[in-house]
Design a protein around this ligand. Structure first.
Ligand SMILES: [Zn+2]
Length: 276
């Protein structure tokens, strides 16, 4: 029930914000309630299924924040275009910047968790991984909402480096939490310029026809390119979908034929370079 009320509040907030936006702004084209009953996993980079988005629809997600001096600029850029996104926060970073973490939620963005200290969970014992995830729930909830209860406030989680384990997936599902991968990313952990990042992400968007995009609000190159990226999304006819917690089970669409998971490659890259 608490989550239903939260979803309703977010829907109202989105509606009222959108109505204040002019036609030139990118805006949110629709709000997508994501059912979490019984859990589940989405995101084609890791899983053979994803959210039911239409061609040209884009979901923006930002990982690893909040980061003072950077996340504010991301929030400003999103607000300037009346766009809502989802922020998968690291507990330790939220605890270090609680006012900034709270601002993210206050501005109508969806909150998700990304563990306490960003370990690669496949290298940890189950209990250690679970504790790191739970510590992340509590740290983010305390920072964002001022109180941490046993049940996390948000039903959304993303594994650091997409490195899930079957046991942790099952445990999260038992708590009615949905695990998010991504459908594409900007490779913004690589030492590329903002211009190169923009070019890459639009090439990938053209190929995938939209999807769940992974970005990092802690990356200066992403902060720098974001206003242009949002303007270009509008110009090129992409539509932003904002997902929120919804009732019932997760609804997905299956991966196209020939799908394969890139998780293992990404985990190896993460160990070397810091992806995800
Ligand atoms: Zn991460």
């Amino acid at each position: 029930m608490k989550r239903l009320l939260l979803a309703a509040a977010l829907l109202c907030a989105t509606a009222s914000t959108s109505s204040a936006c002019g036609p030139d702004a990118l805006g949110v084209s629709r709000t997508l309630p994501v059912g979490t009953l019984g859990g589940g996993e989405v995101g084609l980079k890791t899983y053979p299924r994803t959210l039911r988005l239409e061609p040209g629809e884009v979901v923006l997600t930002f990982d690893d924040g909040p980061a003072p001096g950077r996340t504010e600029k991301v929030l400003d850029a999103l607000a300037a275009e009346c766009v809502k996104a989802t922020f998968f926060m690291i507990g330790r970073n939220a605890a270090a910047a609680p006012a900034l973490a709270a601002r993210v939620a206050r501005e109508g963005h969806t909150i998700g968790y990304h563990s306490m200290t960003h370990p690669i969970m496949r290298g940890l014992a189950f209990d250690a991984g679970r504790k790191n995830i739970e510590d992340g729930f509590h740290a983010v909830d305390k920072a964002v909402y001022g109180v941490a209860r046993d049940e996390p406030h948000s039903p959304f989680f993303r594994f650091p480096g997409f490195a899930d384990t079957p046991q942790l997936d099952a445990w999260l599902a038992s708590r009615d939490m949905v695990v998010f991968g991504a459908d594409l990313w900007a490779s913004d952990w690589e030492p590329e310029s903002s211009d190169a990042e923009l070019k890459l992400i639009f090439e990938r968007l053209a190929r995938s026809k939209g999807g769940i995009v992974l970005l990092h609000d802690i990356q200066p190159r992403t902060v720098a390119m974001l206003p242009t990226f949002l303007r270009e999304l509008k110009k090129r006819g992409y539509r932003v979908v904002h997902f929120v917690p919804g009732p019932g089970p997760l609804e997905t669409r299956e991966a196209p034929p020939g799908w394969f998971s890139q998780t293992d490659r990404i985990i190896k890259g993460r160990k070397a370079a810091g992806a995800g």
